[in-house]
Unconditional design. Structure first.
Length: 686
């Protein structure tokens, strides 16, 4: 090569290097995720596809920091992704969008000012314009609605109001005593259940503006109603047992779409039949899910089921050992479900006659909701690095339709989450997820938080998790474990802990902790355990089984099951799974070892949390453990959140909870040489 050519090449290289360096300098620097981002995240709701398949309507909720609440509004996207429209505005918000059967209108629920107070059904032209109020229900609350196929009526699910609305300009009437004569008498969010507190179905005539009760049933809940495609029938789920309050049984019913009709019971399984119902295109069959027998209901893995209008039940893919939900019949009669499978959730086609299950999406992640119309399928999909957005599912691949969180995600340093497998002391394989800190260096173990999911019938999966990403910026690893009792691993795996709480789960949790330590990720001297609901219960069991953890945080936990009998909403689980305490006292004592043996077993510094309005797992459990540890002079703290249910709704409290979690972990895990806790044998209840 000549000297001139060498000089030219050198000049070109210098120019390219300078240009690339300049671009790199101009590129925005990524930052760590922080708690202010909780208010920036936009939570996208499930898709609803228009009848022609050309549009998708959905909800987007975001925190309003000034009002200290979340606000939801409706958006619409064209199927090819070329048009994105926000449909609703205003402080009242909007939810539950649906297309009219002809696809020209979009209906929704809102409490915006109108002729009647409270949530009502509204409708607007898909092309734009002002919304019109469709319903004016005054004495009941609208729980849900559906269009009749001929667009002449709405099917309303109504629930009686606890108190009538005050007259205009007058203060609310003084509250009345709540008189209760029901066996199952309380429920989180609903509160105490009055004798008339049942969901009932009504037909709302769009011309006369009048509501008529659909069925002649009394004192039963009628849920999940769906019109048949031909408009002649309505299918719904209900429990028509003589004393429905004493049974978790439910069945699929159909009723003629005429006011005052008598429902016909189609299923007979002594256990839950129902879930979301899906009619076949010919209006002759209904797909649903069937759960386990009542004794195992809390560990139920729902399986596919189909019933005809004459009551013949079949079980597609009967040998498929994974839980399913949200069925659909395609226009050509193919049956589809969402499948929860080992840290993922995906759509699958299920053979109506046979055992075949065809997975429709192979990539890791979780499909949280979906809809199909006009030959198109839209899904709400999330993975480790992306909050849920709407995607088109086409030939086994995803095409992104919405980008509500893309700009925020582009700013952030996000870390991956990896699969973790371990074997417990019995040789059983346990699966989990491990997220390392952003600055993790091989050979340098870091403090780790074992964060336990609730349920127990649920799973930690490859979905966007704010906590994992946030902890990674604080120098912590996070471990999530799908212990026995979780979903995604088959029915036997799920039911293994029935009437034996705090035994196998703790073994599985510790096996995965050992694996994270063996991998060189977790510092064995800087471990913390945390959970909410059943995760809080397992936190109590874990710190009562070992002193390996330097800090524990139990939210909405139960350390003494007997003290919750008749106090929480799970009376039927106690009866079916454990029996009443006076019949099985020793079983209750055995499972109460965190509280009854707290003086010998629990030396871990413990933070307890809960909401004052939680009737799912009341604050009582945390209060008992806090008081006991306080009386023993051991480090503990109790944080009480006024007016919060089991799932918090006030954004400022949600943020505060994160801050207190971190403060507790930092206090006990961040010192270079954490103070040792008193030694306690690593043993569980015998």
């Amino acid at each position: 090569m000549s000297l001139s050519k060498l000089n030219l090449a050198a000049s070109v290289f210098l120019i390219l290097s300078t240009t690339l360096a300049a671009h790199a300098a101009d590129a925005p620097k990524k930052r760590d995720i922080n708690l202010d981002d909780l208010a920036k995240l936009q939570r996208v709701g499930g898709p609803i596809v228009s009848p022609d398949g050309e549009w998708v309507v959905y909800s987007v909720s975001q925190v309003d920091t000034k009002e200290d609440k979340s606000q939801s509004h409706l958006w619409m996207v064209k199927w090819d992704g070329s048009v994105h429209l926000q449909l609703t505005y205003g402080k009242e918000g909007a939810s539950a969008p649906k297309f009219s059967p002809d696809g020209h209108y979009i209906s929704f629920m809102s409490s915006r000012p109108g002729t009647t107070k409270g949530d009502q059904v509204w409708v607007m032209d898909r092309r734009g314009g002002e919304a019109e109020q469709l319903t004016n229900i005054t004495d009941q609350n609208i729980q849900g609605y559906a269009w009749s196929p001929d667009s002449k009526k709405l099917l309303l699910s109504l629930h009686p109001k606890a108190e009538p609305d005050p007259e205009e300009g007058k203060p609310p009437a003084p509250p009345k005593p709540i008189v209760i004569d029901r066996y199952h008498f309380k429920q989180d969010i609903q509160g105490y259940l009055r004798n008339d507190a049942y969901n009932a179905l009504y037909l709302w005539d769009l011309t006369t503006k009048k509501a008529e009760k659909l069925t002649n049933s009394k004192s039963v809940n009628e849920n999940g109603a769906e019109w048949s495609p031909d408009g002649n029938w309505v299918a719904f789920e209900s429990n028509a047992d003589p004393d429905a309050d004493r049974s978790n049984n439910s069945d699929v019913f159909v009723v003629e779409a005429k006011a005052g009709s008598t429902p016909k019971k189609l299923t007979t399984w002594t256990g839950p039949d129902g879930g979301r119902l899906a009619w076949s295109p010919d209006s002759k069959s209904i797909a649903y899910t069937q759960g386990a027998k009542l004794q195992l209901l809390e560990y139920s893995q729902n399986k596919p089921a189909v019933v005809t209008l004459d009551g013949k039940v079949s079980y597609p893919a009967a040998k498929f050992d994974r839980g399913v939900s949200q069925p659909f019949f395609s226009a050509d009669g193919h049956l589809r479900y969402l499948v929860a499978d080992d840290r993922n959730q995906y759509p699958a086609e299920v053979e109506l006659s046979g055992d075949g299950v065809k997975r429709e999406l192979a990539q890791p992640g979780a499909v949280m909701g979906w809809d199909q119309e006009g030959g198109h399928t839209a899904v709400l999909y999330t993975n480790d690095s992306s909050p849920a957005e709407i995607y088109a599912l086409e030939n086994g691949a995803l095409r992104k339709l919405t980008t509500h969180n893309d700009a925020l995600m582009a700013e952030l340093n996000l870390v991956p989450t990896e699969d973790l497998e371990a074997k417990d002391k019995e040789g059983l394989e346990v699966h989990g997820l491990l997220t390392r800190p952003a600055d993790f260096k091989s050979g340098t173990p870091v403090p780790m938080i074992l964060f336990i999911h609730g349920g127990p019938n649920g799973q930690d999966e490859h979905s966007f998790d704010f906590m994992r990403q946030w902890l990674a910026t604080k120098g912590y690893a996070e471990l999530n474990v799908n212990y026995r009792g979780s979903s995604g691993r088959g029915q036997d795996y799920a039911k293994a802990i029935a009437a034996d709480w705090g035994h196998y789960e703790v073994e599985d949790l510790l096996a995965c902790v050992d694996k994270a330590i063996a991998m060189g990720v977790a510092d064995p001297n800087r471990l913390a355990v945390t959970g909410w609901s059943y995760g809080g219960i397992l936190t109590d069991y874990t710190v009562a089984s070992t002193d390996r953890f330097k800090a524990g945080i139990s939210g909405a936990g139960v350390a003494a099951p007997m003290s919750f009998y008749g106090v929480d909403q799970y009376i039927l689980q106690y009866d079916n799974e454990l029996g009443p305490p006076w019949k099985n006292l020793q079983l209750y004592i055995k499972m109460s070892y965190p509280f009854l043996e707290i003086d010998k077993r629990v030396h871990t510094p413990m933070l307890f949390m809960g909401g004052t309005s939680d009737m799912n797992v009341p604050l009582l459990g945390g209060e008992q453990m806090y008081e006991a540890l306080k009386s023993l002079g051991r480090p503990t703290e109790l944080v009480v959140y006024p007016g919060q249910f089991h799932g918090f709704t006030r954004p400022s409290f949600i943020k505060d909870r994160y801050e207190r979690w971190l403060g507790w972990w930092d206090k006990y895990l961040k010192p270079a040489n954490p103070a040792p806790t008193a030694a306690t044998p690593n043993k569980q209840a015998e």
